[in-house]
Design a protein around this ligand. Structure first.
Ligand SMILES: [Zn+2]
Length: 328
């Protein structure tokens, strides 16, 4: 069967990383920005390995410069999500890219995005929530400024705080102040761990930052005690199998630990991370998981339910989403 129209909820999506290549090319042309080397002959993003991916990512996203650019990006991203059956998406947004951590500028960006997201909700029935994200390799001081931006704009559609960036630099515990600040402002917490870092990085995320969700977290599979702890505490993994396979963490979907983690009782979910960079969509993730593990509509309904239950949204929105899932 085609999974395109099956209702999906996506919890791990980098906003700039979700930009369709055609959208970035159009913006570059308008602004006369040279993007030589960013695209391959088919017009997809082109990169060799993880360091090169980061370079291409940075080059492509440099054309996103103003609130108006982000407003147009919102439309492009939500159209793509809605076409793939996504009824609810959470996206990582960073004040580092939206106004250089200046609170007034940040508010302008958020306002522009929200306006377009409201329109998309009316027209396409997709709901968007934002997770304010600090960048690990920018260091704890900048993360504090980011957390203050997050705290000042918490509520309404900004519902979470998280951390992305290079996992090899620093420790989760270096960012306790930022995460405490966000928690006190009522934001829900997640952080990238256990992708390039081993199980130890997941332990740090749980113990030091006390997050309720982990971005990726798949390398928890290397530590049975950690798998047990995740299952017992109900910490949710924002799993992005296609991203992990493209970046070479696992050879293919069949080797990916998502099914083993799920069988061990861990709350796993399905997301795309930076979909056009990893040549994926939510539909393709479902197709590949069906092929690798024989998952059926019952399995995918359960996974979507787990994602909705773990969503950083208000209870009214959650009830409405669960109802939509049940009625399909
Ligand atoms: Zn990510």
């Amino acid at each position: 069967m085609s999974w395109r129209s099956f209702p999906k909820a996506e919890l791990h999506l980098h906003f700039e990383g979700a930009a369709p290549p055609a959208f970035i090319r159009g913006l570059a042309k308008e602004k006369s920005v040279d993007l030589t080397g960013v695209f391959d002959e088919r017009g997809s993003y082109a990169f060799r390995d993880f360091p090169h991916f980061l370079q291409v990512y940075e080059a492509a996203t440099q054309v996103l410069q103003t609130p108006r650019d982000y407003q147009r990006l919102t439309r492009a991203v939500l159209e793509e999500c809605a076409e793939n059956g996504v009824i609810y998406a959470e996206t990582f947004l960073s004040p580092d890219f939206c106004g250089g951590r200046d609170l007034h500028a940040w508010r302008d960006y958020l306002h522009a995005i929200q306006e377009e997201a409201d329109r998309a909700e009316r027209e396409m029935g997709i709901t968007l929530r934002g997770i304010v994200t600090c960048i690990r390799h920018f260091g704890p001081d900048k993360a504090r400024e980011t957390a203050i931006c997050a705290a000042e704009t918490a509520g309404d559609w900004i519902t979470g705080f998280g951390m992305g960036g290079n996992e090899a630099i620093g420790r989760q515990g270096d960012f306790i102040w930022a995460f405490d600040c966000a928690r006190e402002a009522g934001l829900r917490l997640t952080t990238h761990a256990g992708e390039f870092g081993g199980p130890d990085s997941v332990w740090q995320a749980i113990n030091d930052l006390r997050v309720e969700r982990i971005g990726h977290g798949v390398r928890a599979i290397e530590d049975p005690r950690l798998v047990e702890t995740l299952a017992e505490t109900g910490v949710v993994l924002e799993t992005c199998p296609g991203s992990n396979v493209t970046l070479g963490l696992y050879r293919d979907f069949a080797s990916h630990p998502i099914a083993r983690l799920r069988d061990a009782g861990v709350n796993v979910t399905i997301s795309t991370d930076d979909p056009p960079f990893f040549h994926t969509t939510m539909t393709r993730e479902f197709e590949a998981l069906e092929q690798a593990f024989g998952w059926t509509a019952d399995d995918f309904a359960e996974l979507t339910k787990t994602a909705i239950n773990a969503a950083f949204c208000d209870e009214g929105t959650r009830a409405r989403l669960l109802k939509r899932l049940e009625s399909t």
